[in-house]
Design a protein around this ligand. Sequence first.
Ligand SMILES: [Zn+2]
Length: 188
Amino acid sequence: MAFIRKSEKPRTGIIGTKSVDINETEKLTTTQLIDFAKKDGIETAPLDIHALVKSLGIRLVSIPMKDEISGSLSLSENGKEWIIKVNALHHPNRQRFTIAHELAHFARHRSLQAQFEDQNFFRKGDTNAMEAEANRFAGELLMPEVLFRDRVKLFNGSIEAIAQCFKTSTLAVRVRAKQLGMKGHGLE
Ligand SMILES: [Zn+2]
């Protein structure tokens, strides 16, 4: 569930990074982001989400927040920099999913809003299409389909082993398996 402060649209301009120039409205896919990561020599299995965010020119801040807040994405006051904040008190694997979710808002929705704040992602269900898209995107980014199917086979469907391999929560693994229509091995 997200609480979204209505605010001005981000100003136009180029968000420059060392590997890509991203304009204000271009929507990015998980495949593109993983390709950027590979080009920059960033580990992709499991994805080094911290390094990817930084290579895209986004500032990443880990700070203690109220337990019900997972994180946020916002444009800096001068409109020049995007900032992802993540709740430092949450488990590191949960923080990875939060960062991926906020990165999804950057990749897909940054031309629509300048501020996104997120509570727990799974507990209250997806409240709107944007949040559903961000959750799916985060799952895809951290657990790309081909790799995910391969690991499910390799670990014989052990949710704990798969979660450990991708450094995600077991809940995120279950949700991803469901999205991919996978059943058996206790995956549903
Ligand atoms: Zn969100």
